[in-house]
Design a protein around this ligand. Structure first.
Ligand SMILES: [Zn+2]
Ligand SMILES: [Zn+2]
Length: 431
């Protein structure tokens, strides 16, 4: 899939600089994996030339939240298949959630995952370690050892850390290592439904999960983050009440960041009318007011990052009754296009701001240097065609799983390829 190119000229494109918030029409010269030239009329004899006229060049995207399913559910996804799907969607780095089987709750497991990522040699894998042993919410996991092995954050994703004493000590531990805690917010006792609790769940006869369950859990975690002074990151914010809490917390000086997923700002619970299990996700698709509040939160910066919560499941797992189906949908390959349409084409934000939600903002959450396309920097970038219209075809997904609710939908804007560290190119010009 990757082709190593020693000298490459990306000609005639527009470079998006999300850190500076602007676009520039320049040619980009990449030699031995580094950007060595960035100028309007730059040419380079003997270089491989990629015609980028009408295209945009941006830093590679960073996904703060995906499930690679390895070890334990390799029939749904592996590190190799998931990181290949990531590249297809423009993500050159992905944070892998630890709810595998066994869970990533030890130094050895983090090393295993880093090794799998390195041997796949595709998108870079940044493991997220468990907060608690076996994600059981009782004793803290080996946080220090996991940091040493390369864990960038800690989370019991899939579960909320229900015991406030355990969450407090997890935050205190993570503060000592300057690592954020990623919270999956669902208050115990309000977490048993399968759809957003409201008129639609009542009409469809589905057990409801109220927005209050997410917001109440987020409120507790925000207050504990304030108390301990630890960085807290809220996963998959899905409702208006949580957006308001994050806005309040940021105004108060709490070190909180938040992510939102494309499905939560492009779909509502009305999509459940056909009981298609590909629309079943956790947190659930909510109402129109929530969807709009998440968009507004992204537009004003209350929500920092766009993350996929890519959650592959096999066809067999999803082909059951709605109540029994596992929650989750694949998202790596559609996130950019869905976000582009909902946020940029709609006029809510400009392109560099949108790209920042996929690059600079998530990089900052996990302490990576700000991704930039600059002379002297390692080339890690994507080539985007914002005019391309394409139809999401379940059978053409790169991911090993097919559980997308967007099959058949026409999307605008597409990632055409890019360059990884070391001058390895995929997509446009490479195959
Ligand atoms: Zn979650
Ligand atoms: Zn998740």
């Amino acid at each position: 899939m990757l082709m190593k190119i020693r000298r490459l000229l990306l000609k005639g494109g527009t470079v998006v600089d999300p850190a500076a918030g602007r676009n520039r029409r320049v040619n980009v010269l990449v030699e031995n994996g580094r950007v060595t030239g960035l100028a309007r009329n730059l040419s380079a004899r003997g270089a491989e030339v990629v015609d980028c006229r009408g295209r945009y060049i941006a830093p590679g995207f960073v996904d703060l939240h995906c499930h690679l399913r390895e070890p334990g559910a390799e029939d749904a996804e592996t590190v190799a298949s998931g990181t290949r799907a990531a590249l297809a969607g423009g993500f050159t780095r992905v944070c892998a959630m630890p709810n595998t089987d066994p869970p990533v709750d030890s130094e050895a497991m983090v090393r295993f995952l880093v090794g799998r990522g390195e041997s796949a040699g595709l998108a870079r894998v940044h493991p997220v370690g468990c907060c608690t042993r076996a994600r059981q919410g009782r004793e803290l996991a080996e946080i220090g050892g996991m940091v040493a092995a390369g864990a960038v954050a800690f989370s019991d994703d899939g579960n909320w850390v229900a015991d406030a004493r355990v969450m407090r000590s997890c935050l205190e531990y993570c503060k000592a290592f300057d690592k954020p805690v990623f919270a999956h917010c669902e208050m115990t006792g309000l977490d048993t439904g399968v759809a957003h609790e409201g008129p639609v769940s009542t009409r469809l006869g589905l057990a409801g999960k109220p927005d209050a369950g997410e917001a109440a859990a987020a409120a507790r975690d925000i207050l504990l983050a304030h108390l301990t002074g630890t960085r807290l990151h809220l996963c998959h914010v899905s409702c208006a009440a949580t957006v308001e809490l994050v806005r309040w917390a940021k105004g108060r000086g709490t070190a909180v960041t938040a992510e939102a997923c494309p499905h939560h700002f492009t779909l509502t619970d009305e999509a459940l009318a056909g009981y298609d299990t590909n629309f079943k996700v956790n947190p659930p698709l909510r109402g129109e007011a929530d969807r709009r509040a998440v968009l507004a939160g992204l537009a004003d910066g209350t929500i920092d990052a766009i993350a996929t919560d890519h959650a592959p499941h096999t066809r067999g797992a999803k082909e059951v009754e709605f109540d029994n189906a596992p929650a989750g949908m694949v998202g790596l390959e559609t996130a950019f296009s869905l976000g582009y349409e909902a946020l940029v084409l709609s006029g809510l934000m400009r392109l560099p701001q949108f790209i920042a939600r996929l690059t600079a903002a998530p990089a900052e959450v996990i302490g990576l240097p700000v991704p930039r396309i600059a002379v002297g920097a390692e080339a890690e970038l994507v080539v985007l065609d914002l005019r391309e219209k394409w139809t999401c075809d379940r059978d053409k997904l790169v991911s090993r799983s097919r559980n997308t609710p967007f099959a058949g939908r026409t999307l605008v804007g597409r990632v055409q390829g890019g360059i990884l560290p070391g001058g390895r190119m995929w997509g446009v010009g490479a195959d």
